[in-house]
Ligand binder design. Sequence first.
Ligand SMILES: [Zn+2]
Length: 625
Amino acid sequence: MGLKETAFETLKIGCILPGGWLKNQLRIQADGLSGHLEEHWPDVGPENGWRGGQGESWERGPYYLDGLVPLAYLLKDEGLIKKANCCMEWVLASQQENGLFGPKRIKTVNNDVDKKQDWWHFMIILKVLMQYEEATGDKRVIPFLNKFLLYLNSTIEEQPLRGWAAARGAEMLLCIQWLYKRNSESYLLDLANTVLKQTINWTDIFYDFPFWRKVETFDWRTHVVNVAMGIKTPGVIYEFTGDEREREAVHKGIDGLMIYHGQVHGMFSGDEWLAGSHPSQGVELCAIVEYMYSMEQLTRIFGEGKFGDILEKVSFNALPAAISPDWTSHQYDQQVNQILCNRAKRSWSSNGPEANMFGLEPQFGCCTANMHQGWPKLCSHLWMSDKEGGLVAVSYAPCTISTQVGTGTKAILKVSGEYPFREDVIMNLSMKDSELFTILFRIPAWCDTPVIAINGESMEFEITDGFAKIERKWYSGDSIQLHLPMKPLLKPRNMYAVGIERGPIVYVLPIKENWQQVAKRDKFHDWEIYPASPWKYGILSDTKFEVSTLKVPYQPFEAVNAPVRIKVKGKFIREWMMENNSAGSPPMFPCTEGQKTTDLELVPYGSARLRIGEFPLIDKRINNR
Ligand SMILES: [Zn+2]
C-alpha cells in the first residue's frame, strides 16, 4: 500500500478567507452558538475533559473545536483565536510518554460505548489538530501526531475499533494520510491497513446498497450520521489503492441513498436511522455537516464536479434551515414539509418528541457540539489546487484566495458576486508577474448555458467531469466573469409531488412562524414554532415562474428578508391532512374543486423554518425523473 495521486489537493486553512454573505454567516455563528457555547453549556465549557475538567470527556469537546478552530482563524477574530488556542494548548500539553493524550478519566454521556479504549473521539481531535497546524504552522503538531499514531499502531490490535469508531474509521485514515504526506513514515501505511480492516466495509454496502426502506432498529450501518460519514470511506481507501471499484461504490451508494431515502434538499433522510423519502421524515444536523465534509473530501480525491453539486445543494439549503437565523438555537431533525415544530410524537424512525424543536440541545446534544464545522469547512474547500500550479473552483461563494500559482508566483484571487443568490460570479486576479497556469471552473449540472468571459471576452471551453478547463497565461488585473443562468424547474418527487429548484437553491412555500419560548436560559433558549398561515397548497403543473431579486441582506437565510423569491400558481387542497403532528403524504390526486388559483411566493428553503418543500402536483403529471 502507498498513496495514490488524488485529482486535487486542498489549500491550507487560511488560504481561502470568506467574503460577502459567507463572511456574514461566519460572523453570525460567531456571535451566536459557535462563539459563546462554552460560556453557556457545561458540556464544552471549562468542565469539559478536553480542557482538563471532570465533565464530558468524549466527543463533544473535540466536535466543538472542529468548528471553532477554523472559524476563529477564518474570521481572524482575536477573541475566538484565544479561546481556540487555550483548548489546543491543553490538548498538546496532555500527551503522555507513551503517546496517548486527552482526558484521563473518560466520562461519557453515551452509554452505548463500553469501558474499553474507544478511538472515536480521538478521530475528531485529530481533524482539529490538522486544521490547527495548517492555520498556525505550530511545529509541535506533527511530532505530536506521530507519537500518538505510533502508540495507536502498537495498541490497535488489542484495542480494535469498535462501535462508532468502527463505523467512522475513514476519519482516522484521513489523518494518517495527512501525516504520511508530511513525514513519509512507513509504519503509517501498516497502521492504515489495520484501521481499514477494522472499519465497517462501506464499499460493499454502497456497491450493492441493501437498505431500501425506513429502518426502525439499531444498526451501525444505517445510522444517518455514520452513513453521511461512511460515504467517503471508499474514496479514502481509493487514495491508498487506486481501485476503481471504490469510485463506483461511492457513485452507486449516493444513487441508492437518493432513490430510497432522498429528499429535495439534496440529503437523504435519517431521524436516527435511514428513514425513506417521505417529506415529513427528518434528517439530523450532524448528518448534514458530515455529508458536506464527505463531499469536500470526495471532490479532492476524485475531482468530479458532481460532488460539488451535492455540496452546494446541501450547504445552501439543509444547513441553514436547521439553525435559527441568529444562530442561537438549532434543530436535531428537520423535515422538508415542516408545518409545526413542537414537543409531540412524530413518525421518526426512533427519535423522541423534541427532535424538531429549536433549542440548545433538542433530542441529544451531538449537533449542539458538531454543527459549527459546516460553514468554516465549506469556506476552506471552496477552491483547491490541481497540484500542477493551477486552481480549481469547487464552489463560488464570495471569498479571497491567496496561494502560489504556476511556478510559484503568489496570486490573490477575489471572488465576488453573491452567488448562489445571483447568477454572476466575478473573479479578479492580482499577481506580481504573469504566469501560465490552469483554472478549472466547476460547471454545475443544472446549468445548460454557462458563459466564461475573461476581460469581457467570451471563452470556448469543454466540460470534463463537471469542470471547464481554461489554461492560459494570466496577468495581474485579469477579470473573469462566470455567468451561470438559473432556470426555475419543477422537480418530480415521490408520490407525484414536486419540488421547485432554481440553480443550487430549492424554493419553498414559507409558513408564517409563531415562535413560542418553552425554556428560558441566559442566552440560548428553547422554542416551539406554530404555523400562523395556511400550508395546504399544491402547485399547478403548468405554472409560470416569476423570479424577483432583492438586496442580499446581512442574513439572507431568513424568510422575511429572502433575497430571491419565485412566484408560482397554486391551489388550496382541503383534503391534505396532518398525520402524527406533521404534514401527511402529499395527496397524489388532489381534489381542488371550487378552489381558486392563488399566487404563491416561494423563498429559499434554508430561509424558512416552517415550510412546504414537496408539493402535491395539480393537473397534469410530470414523468421525467
Ligand atoms: Zn447530531
